[in-house]
Design a binder for this molecule. Sequence first.
Ligand code: SF4
Length: 343
Amino acid sequence: MKAPLTGMSIEALAEYVKSKHLQRFRAVQIADWIYRKRIWDPDEMSNLPAPLRMELKTDFSAPSSRVETVSSSPDGTEKLLLELQDGNHVEMVVIPGNDNRTTFCLSTQVGCPVRCVFCASGAGGLVRNLAAGEIIEEFLHGTKKTGNLPDNIVFMGIGEGLLNFEALETVLKHLTSPEGFGMAPRRITVSTSGIVPGIRKLAALKKEFTLAISLHAPTDEIRARLIPDAFRYPVAEVLKAADEYRDTCGRMVTLEYTLLENLNDSREAALRMAEISRNHHAKINLIPYNQTNRGFRRPAERVIREFQETIEKNGGTVTRRRERGASSDAACGQLRDRAERRR
Ligand code: SF4
C-alpha cells in the first residue's frame, strides 16, 4: 500500500520535494493545501506544476479514501462510511451540538483487537492499524461535509487508539500544531478501554488532551465479563494510571460506563462507582447501552435514573451521554459491519 499524502509533516514534505530537486516552497504550498485549504487531492492543488501533481499521485495514496455512504439521523448526526485504498472500511461521525458546535468522532483502526463483548467494532478482531494519514483523511472528509473545522474531536470510533499509539501521536500533533490544524488539545478527547501503558505514553506528551477511560465496571469480576483477558488491565491499575494522567496533564479524567441490564446496573455497582469518582476526582459518564443484538440489553429508564441518582447522592460526579443518531446505525461499528458483510 502507498503512504497517504495527508499526515506528512512540513519537514517530511520538504525532504520529499528535495528528493525531486524542487525548492522548499513547493513543500510549503502542499502543506498549505492540506492544512489550510483542507484540499488533499493533488489534482486540485492548482498552484503546483502539473508534473509535481502527477508525481504526488504516483508516490502517495492521494486521496487514500472515499466516502462510500452517508447515513443521516433526524437530529443531524451524519455517519460517513469510508472505503480505504485496500477496500477496508472505517467510519467517522459528524455530531452536531448546541450553539452550532460540531464534534467529529474518528476511528483509529480497522476493527479492534480488544473485542469488548458488547461492541460491534470488536466482533471480528483487528484487521489492521490505520496510518496517521488515513485518520487525518477522516477528519478532512468531516471538514468537507461541514465546511469548517470542528469544535471538538473524540477518538471514540472504531479501534483502540492507544494500541495504535505512533499513528495517534502523529495525528494529535498535526491536529494541534500551529502549522497543522491548530486545534486546542482541550478540545480533543482520547478514548481508551483502559490500556495502561498507552495512558502513560499519552501523559508523557504533557498536553491537555481529555482522557476518557471505558471502565464499564467498578470491579475486576464484572469487568472480566465485558472485556476479554488479552487487553484488560486490573481496575486498580487503570485508576492509578488515570490519577497519574490527571496529575501530569491537569485534566479531570472521564470514566465511561456503558450500562447493561443485570450486568453492571445494580445499586451496589453505583455505590462503588460513586466511591471511585470521589477518591479519584473522576467524572462518570453513563452510556445506556445502544442495542446491537449481541445478547445484552439496555436497562429500563427507571434503573438508569436510579443508577445516576445513587452516584450523585453519594458524592460522585456523573453525567449521562446525550444520545445521538439513535435512529440510524447508532452503535459504533454497525455501518462498517454491514459494509464488510457485503464484500
Ligand atoms: S468498545 Fe472500543 S475498545 Fe472495545 S471492542 Fe469496541 S472499539 Fe474496541
